[in-house]
Every structure is written in structure tokens, then in C-alpha cells.
Ligand binder design. Structure first.
Ligand SMILES: [Zn+2]
Length: 262
């Protein structure tokens, strides 16, 4: 029986290949298995691209990127190949596609989702993340284990971790995008910009606040009128020159519990 490769989800692919540990996820070999050859080379202005020719594809990935980011790029392009093959002859994907498109339903989001599921399958990630603090130290530890980038791994931790948290990406003009735990009430909405007392605001203004997880009044991050009565643990880091990644963790879940009871 001929199997339609395009129906294969990352879970099924990893199952079929007998993968049982993160270090066995050889993304280049998986791509090769599905007819896609990976070519590392210097790219200017994009992180990766894919060109399909019939049943074959060529994935070019920026050789100057860190290894973790190359792996994510290859998995992302492979996602385009598996999901959207035939609809378009090729994709050119920038760092922005790889980072920002985690909401809505479009080819970039689907490719990111495919990459996250392939490189950090829940069956392996959830046990590794279980009961861990929702901090960047935990994210870095999981990055090392899964050989994945900070942003993608932080998103996965929010999704698969044991405690309520949110990833926020901001720059000087404000919050660019966020990824929230689906259990967090919609009544909790981010301010347009991180408040003055957040570490993110300090980092964005070029200062270097004490690093590491810091307890911050929730009203500095959120608009809910009662936020001033609660706190979140913020762990922020400068990612590029002018961009800050923040992991917000309701270590004390009282705000979420109180909203549930309203
Ligand atoms: Zn893409």
C-alpha cells in the first residue's frame, strides 16, 4: 500500500522511525527520508528556504545560524514540504516567520507547529518539563536536551509545562506577540507595552537589570483592574539588539483562581 506522506504527522513520523529520545531526532536524516535534501549555505535576508521539484525538495538553511536555529529552520521547511506541497513551488522564510507566526492559521504557523512537534514531541517534552519552574533556566536546560532555540523551547514549555505561564516578545514600540497557556482566562490581557517596573522595560531601554526570575506586580504587565493585588514572576532576556523575550509565570496562582471564581 502506498502511504501518502503528506498525511504523516510528526508523531507518526517519529513513531515510524522508532525515536524514543530527543538525541535521536536527526532532522536532516528525517528530511532526507521524505525526499528533501538539506544544504547549509550562507543566506542573506532569510533563515531558510525550500524549493520543490516533483517528489524532491531542496532545503537551504543559513550556515551562519546557531545549530539549534538551523534545526528548527530545517524542521519548519520540512513542515511546508509535508503540509503545503503542491500549493506553492517554494517558500522563503525569514527569522520573523520562524519566530512570530504562532497564532492564526496560515502556512507559517502550520510549519512552526510541525517543527515544534517534530523536534519537541509532547511524549518526550512533557515528562522532561514536568513540575519544572517556568523560568529561562528551565528553558535553557530543555534547549540543551532537545537542541532547540530559546524562543521555540519557551513556547513549548508554556504549552507542555506544569504551571500557568506566557511568553511575550517586545521591542521599543511595545508587545509584538505573545503565546499564552490556554488555561489562562481571557480576562487577562497584556498591556500594549511592558510597564516601567518590568525587567523587559529596563532591557529595552538599554539598561541591565538584575538577571533571573523577578517578582513583578501583575499590573505592570496586565490591564485587568485587580492586577495590582497580584504578582507574576518575570524572567526576561534580550534576544536580538532591540527585542526582549519574557517568560511570565503565575507562581502564585491566586489571580487565576480568583478570576475563575468571579
Ligand atoms: Zn516558512
Amino acid at each position: 500500500m502506498k502511504v501518502d506522506n503528506r498525511k504523516l504527522s510528526p508523531v507518526k513520523i517519529l513513531d515510524a522511525l522508532g525515536v524514543t529520545a530527543p538525541e535521536e531526532i536527526d532532522v536532516e536524516a528525517i528530511a532526507h527520508h521524505f525526499g528533501a535534501t538539506v544544504i547549509p549555505q550562507r543566506l542573506h535576508g532569510s533563515a531558510a528556504r525550500i524549493l520543490g521539484l516533483g517528489d524532491r525538495a531542496f532545503i537551504t538553511v543559513d550556515s551562519d545560524s546557531p545549530r539549534a536555529r538551523q534545526r528548527f529552520s530545517v524542521a519548519h521547511e520540512l513542515g511546508h514540504w509535508m503540509i503545503d506541497r503542491g500549493k506553492l513551488s517554494g517558500f522563503v522564510c525569514t527569522e520573523k516567520n520562524l519566530l512570530a507566526d504562532w497564532s492564526g492559521d496560515n502556512p507559517e504557523r502550520r510549519a512552526n507547529r510541525f517543527a515544534a512537534d517534530l523536534l519537541m514531541p509532547s511524549s518526550l517534552f512533557a515528562p522532561a518539563a514536568k513540575n519544572r519552574e517556568m523560568t529561562l533556566d528551565t528553558v535553557r536546560d530543555l534547549c540543551a536536551k532537545f537542541e532547540t532555540s530559546l524562543t521555540a523551547t519557551a513556547i513549548r514549555l508554556v504549552e507542555n509545562g506544569s504551571f500557568p505561564a506566557m511568553v511575550v516578545y517586545s521591542n521599543a514600540s511595545g508587545v509584538k506577540w505573545k503565546f499564552r497557556d490556554r488555561d489562562i482566562s481571557d480576562e487577562i490581557q497584556l498591556r500594549d507595552k511592558p510597564g516601567a517596573y518590568t525587567n523587559a522595560a529596563e532591557l529595552l531601554s538599554g539598561r541591565n537589570p538584575a538577571s533571573g526570575p523577578t517578582e513583578i506586580q501583575a499590573s505592570d504587565w496586565f490591564t485587568h483592574p485587580r492586577s495590582k493585588y497580584y504578582s507574576v514572576v518575570e524572567d526576561s532576556v534580550r534576544i536580538f539588539e532591540e527585542t526582549v523575550l519574557s517568560l511570565l509565570w503565575w507562581k502564585n496562582e491566586q489571580q487565576l483562581i480568583d478570576l475563575d471564581e468571579d
